[in-house]
Design a protein around this ligand. Structure first.
Ligand code: GLA
Length: 731
């Protein structure tokens, strides 16, 4: 049984293949978080500390016992205002203005299937998979607040999901000021925190720091999960490496504002919480109303960071991403953005398609600029009708011509936005997010549409449906190119604006659900100025996301490294672009650009008509190589062989097939030295007993040798050269 309640011990045991999670209901009904880690099969509440500690108060229920304090005991869902002074998961403003809520055990239910969340993305169970749910109901009899903690235990995947529903059972209104999706307490841990920060054009940069006293937090209040911080953190022992040691992941399956806080408190206990951020959040609940916090995905590994990443990769691939493109081969694409920007014609696109077909590319994506009056980024957003000056024969004929050339046809949208200079804005200025009476804040010369409004959502679904029905469109790039600010909605009462950011995301999810279920054969790719909304929430609707607007192969190494901790290779939209690179002006060989982009959902983003025949031949070889390694790249286990933040000479990574019979090793020399020193790197994930051979070579290597002693870093005479090694087990 993956979930077991011991009546005698009053302990819930949640177990996966390798991990165990415990919640103790103590003699006063408090739900205490007693353990998360390797399997121990032991009630871990013997580690609870009961001491008389100054300034840590004692609840009335314990009488004169000064040794019992919620400020010291590990809490399953800590609240603000009742004597636990660490970071709370829950902050409620009661009807009378007070903040106190004391949650105690009310009831529980164990179900043999995964819970779902209405209106929110949530991981799902596949047939034959062992998944169970614990519903743990806590209640405050004075405030009449019911808190339902939800746990989804994915036994074989070593994943525990959590979500929370808060219901106001009282007669007066209350405000939820903070409601984390998950909170974990650890006794006496010297943790490191690993997180992924960045900016536009440089997302998910790896950073590891040792936790000091006080609190460390990351988050976003931009309305999107953001380029600046990813809703994913890892806590690890300080000695944990890629292949050894304890580590814990907390990922939020949500695409809007978030906050993750890790606090080391006065007694060296550590509390980690993740959830919707509290800034701008104030969710009012009338009698009987509920708020559901989005799902958090937790995982634990005793064997280092690569195994933790594998848990997330396999989970996202098979329990988060939905639809036919979860498993089906995704086309190699060519996107015209960096080829033409706004300056293209119908004929130019057809020329690109023709040359792309010649090298084996399978899909043409027409990016920004095909609609309304959109010759630059200053106008046209919102007017989702084809611009007949650019595409005189209309979308249908263009798609048909591209199809005749042998390619599928895809299209770009930025549905959440409106340009001031657009028919939509002229007709419906009230649809954009702005505070009445205040000047607006433009960003890329555009405003955000109010997705909390049903009429706005219905309009967008209608407009997009019309376009998708008008031609054979088999791919949609869903972009979002600014952060939210000065939020306000005519659809909300004045006291309800603390709901705005969340309702916006619920509105977005509703639109995505309607469109993706109406068009199951269309491949949707997420995007927000590259990877500004790269999260498990979006991946529930869009199986891949454009990783970054930075297409420079060398910068991508760090971006892909950081992204790989939480997200599988196939979720990364990854393209070969022209040199000098448009973001950095760096010149890298075409071979290097191909090798780097191949560790993702692969494509090109350059004017292929301008390539020489030799370059086209090389592209054709790359496309063929990608297709032949498709299953390995998209289904295999991904290993980081170097850390680009520590190794300035080269970056290497490896993908191993699940049966360990095949592996693709990729390496980029990131720094050229005169009289190059000798360097060796070690492979991972092979079968030590097996004999491996490189393609077309007789020489044999044992898996043990490749893993223990390694492989030589090739000597180069020019910076940024790249290499791949495809080893296959000898029959
Ligand atoms: C964003 C995207 C790009 C491109 C442009 C178009 O920046 O990330 O890939 O689609 O918008 O305006």
């Amino acid at each position: 049984m993956a979930i077991r309640f011991s009546e005698e011990q009053q302990v819930f045991y949640l177990t996966t293949q390798q991990s165990e999670y415990q919640i103790k209901i103590d003699q006063y009904g408090h739900a205490l978080h007693s353990y998360y880690g390797a399997k121990v099969d032991q009630d871990m509440s013997y580690l609870f500390s009961y001491e008389n500690r100054g300034f840590s108060g004692n609840p009335d229920v314990v009488g004169k016992d000064r040794t019992y304090s919620l400020d010291v005991l590990p809490q399953e869902y800590p609240v603000f205002g009742m004597g636990d002074y660490r970071q709370p998961a829950l902050e409620i403003e009661n009807h009378d203005g007070s903040y106190g809520v004391e949650l105690t055990y009310d009831s529980h239910e164990i179900k043999m299937e995964k819970y779902q969340l209405e209106g929110l993305p949530a991981a799902y169970q596949n047939s034959g998979e062992s998944v169970s749910t614990l519903e743990l109901n806590l209640y405050d009899a004075i405030s009449k607040i019911k808190v339902q903690l939800l746990y989804g235990v994915f036994e074989e995947k070593d994943i525990i999901t959590r979500a929370v529903t808060i219901t106001n059972m009282g007669s007066g209104k209350v405000n939820v000021l903070k409601a984390d999706s998950a909170s974990l307490d650890y006794a006496d841990k010297d943790f490191d925190v690993i997180h992924f920060h960045g900016r536009h054009n440089m997302e998910r940069q790896y950073e590891r720091l040792s936790l000091k006293n006080g609190a460390f937090s990351i988050g976003s209040h931009r309305g999107t999960s953001s380029h600046q911080h990813n809703p994913f953190i890892i806590l690890s022992d300080s000695e944990t490496t890629e292949s050894h040691g304890n580590c814990y992941g907390m990922m939020l399956m949500y695409s809007g504002n978030f906050l993750a806080t890790i606090e080391k408190s006065q007694y060296n206990q550590v509390r980690a919480g993740i959830g919707i951020g509290s800034r701008g959040f104030r969710y009012s609940l009338a009698h009987g109303e509920s708020f559901t916090a989005p799902e958090a995905i937790l995982s634990y590994s005793a064997n280092g960071l690569e195994e933790l990443s594998h848990h997330y990769h396999q989970f996202i691939q098979k329990n988060v991403v939905r639809g036919k493109f979860r498993d089906q081969r995704r086309p190699v694409l060519i996107n015209n953005w960096e080829a033409t920007y706004f300056d293209f014609t119908e004929q130019k696109l057809i020329d690109i398609a023709r040359d792309a077909a010649g090298v084996g590319i399978e899909l043409l994506v027409m990016d920004d600029g095909w609609f309304g009056k959109r010759d630059s980024d200053t106008s046209g957003l919102g007017d989702w009708q084809v611009n007949l000056e650019k595409i005189p024969n209309g979308l249908k004929q263009l798609a048909d011509t591209v199809n005749k050339e042998g390619l599928k046809f895809g299209i770009w949208f930025e549905p959440e936005m409106v340009s001031e200079d657009s028919d939509m804005y002229r007709k419906h200025p009230e649809w954009s997010i702005n505070i009445p009476g205040r000047p607006g804040i433009r960003s890329r010369d555009q405003y955000v549409l109010d997705f909390t409004r049903q009429d706005v959502r219905d309009h967008l679904v209608g407009a997009i449906t019309e376009v998708l029905d008008s031609a054979n469109i088999e791919y949609v790039k869903w972009d979002m190119n600014r952060s939210l600010s000065n939020v306000f909605s005519e659809s909300l009462e004045s006291h309800e604006h603390g709901k705005f950011y969340h309702l916006y995301i619920l509105g977005l999810y509703e639109v995505l659900e309607r469109l993706t279920s109406a068009y199951p054969d269309v491949l949707f790719e997420g995007c927000s100025g590259g990877g500004g909304r790269f999260d498990a929430g979006m991946l529930y609707y869009t199986p891949q996301i454009w990783t970054s607007d930075d297409t420079d192969a060398v910068e991508r190494l760090r971006i892909q490294h950081g992204t790989s901790f939480g997200y599988p290779t196939r979720t990364n939209g990854s393209h070969v672009s022209a040199v000098p690179n448009h973001q950095t002006s760096r010149i890298t060989p075409l071979n290097t650009r191909g090798i780097v982009a191949m560790s993702g959902s692969f494509g090109y983003e350059l004017d292929i008509t301008k390539l020489t025949q030799a370059e086209k031949d090389e592209v054709a070889e790359q496309v063929e190589m990608f297709k032949s390694y498709y299953n390995l790249i998209h289904e295999g286990l991904y290993y980081r062989l170097t850390n680009p933040w520590e190794n300035e000479s080269f970056t290497a990574w490896q993908i191993v097939s699940n049966d360990k019979k095949e592996t693709l090793v990729s390496l980029v020399r990131t720094r050229q030295y005169a009289n190059d020193p000798i360097a060796i790197f070690r492979l991972k994930g092979l079968d030590p007993q097996q004999i491996y051979q490189l393609d077309g070579e007789e020489k044999e290597y044992t898996g043990a040798a490749l893993m223990a002693s390694g492989w030589p870093v090739p000597q180069t005479n020019q910076e940024y050269q790249a290499f791949t090694y495809h080893f296959v087990c000898k029959e």
